[in-house]
Write a protein that binds this ligand. Structure first.
Ligand SMILES: [Fe+2]
Length: 293
């Protein structure tokens, strides 16, 4: 069984790096760190980078996860090959781009591109944002799934994730104590469905809610509170239709709860996404809604 230590980064293609750069810095509030080899790198916490925009197809997305040891990375490659997947070992150039010692890449059954990385760089100087959105760090992604039940089996059976809750058929998956680091939402394509950054508190969410509206950024869901994770949230639209999320107050499932924790089934309804009554304008959340009715 593969044991994912944490999520590390998202890499996104774009045809308009200037627009993506403005959005990452001025709207999301990330810290630009490098413009290198056709790619822009951003920090959101103590990691070298957590977001990359590179010149390329806007549908080309990769999510990176860290493993603990070289032996685990080697075993992961073997396990994925045994599961019938094509595993690519990162070249030295690709490792340099990612600021990792080594990595492998594969695609999950939907076709989502996943890096498993070893010894990713940390960054000593503290994160200094472009604007103070209150970001405390990159935390999770929603992934597209053409068959959430099948992909849940893969993510739990091969990658060692655990189901924290389900909304309809969409599983919210944890790899550590945080309620979810990955969620799988039904749709007809592969790729990242949303990108989450944690913020320090509700004041940050609400300040961003007003600021984003003033700047003409489309709010697609919230402010609201997820009944699943307990987190308060705000979702908004970024370049190439990517959905970004700020949230705060996510619950944890501690080591002492782990043995007895039972995932809860939430019905596929808007109330399962928001306790306060916000209705998502996010296709995959609406589609989860339609799937069960
Ligand atoms: Fe989220």
């Amino acid at each position: 069984m593969i044991n994912l230590l944490d999520i590390r980064y998202v890499r996104l293609g774009t045809r308009d790096r200037a627009a993506a750069d403005r959005f990452a810095r001025e709207v999301v509030g990330l810290q630009p760190t490098r413009d290198e080899g056709g790619a822009l790198y951003y920090r959101s916490d103590a990691r070298d980078h957590t977001l990359v925009y590179f010149d390329g197809n806007p549908r080309d997305h990769t999510v990176g996860f860290e493993l603990r040891t070289a032996a685990e990375l080697e075993a992961a490659g073997a396990a994925l090959s045994d599961a019938g997947l094509v595993v690519h070992a990162g070249t030295s150039d690709e490792c340099e781009q990612r600021r990792v010692h080594s990595f492998i890449n594969f695609r999950d059954p939907t076709g989502n591109s996943i890096d498993l990385v070893l010894r990713p760089h940390h960054n000593g100087p503290r994160y200094f944002p472009s604007r103070d959105a209150g970001i405390t760090g990159f935390s999770h992604v929603g992934l597209c799934s053409t068959d959430p039940a099948r992909d849940e089996r893969f993510w739990t059976g091969v990658l060692g994730a655990r189901v924290s809750d389900r909304i309809g058929e969409a599983p919210l998956l944890r790899i550590d104590e945080v309620h979810h680091k990955v969620a799988l939402f039904a749709t007809d394509r592969a790729g990242v469905q949303h990108i989450n950054h944690q913020v320090a508190g509700i004041d940050d969410l609400m300040r961003s809610w007003y600021l984003l509206q003033q700047r003409g950024v489309r709010i697609v869901f919230g402010p609201g509170r997820h009944p699943t994770s307990g987190a308060m949230f705000l979702y908004f639209e970024g370049p190439d239709g990517m959905v970004y999320e700020y949230s705060t107050g996510v619950r944890t499932i501690t080591a002492s709860e782990e043995a007895t924790y039972q995932p809860r089934q939430f019905p596929a309804r808007p109330e399962s996404f928001c306790l306060w009554g916000a209705v998502p304008e996010i296709a995959e959340f609406q589609r989860s809604d339609a799937a069960a009715t």
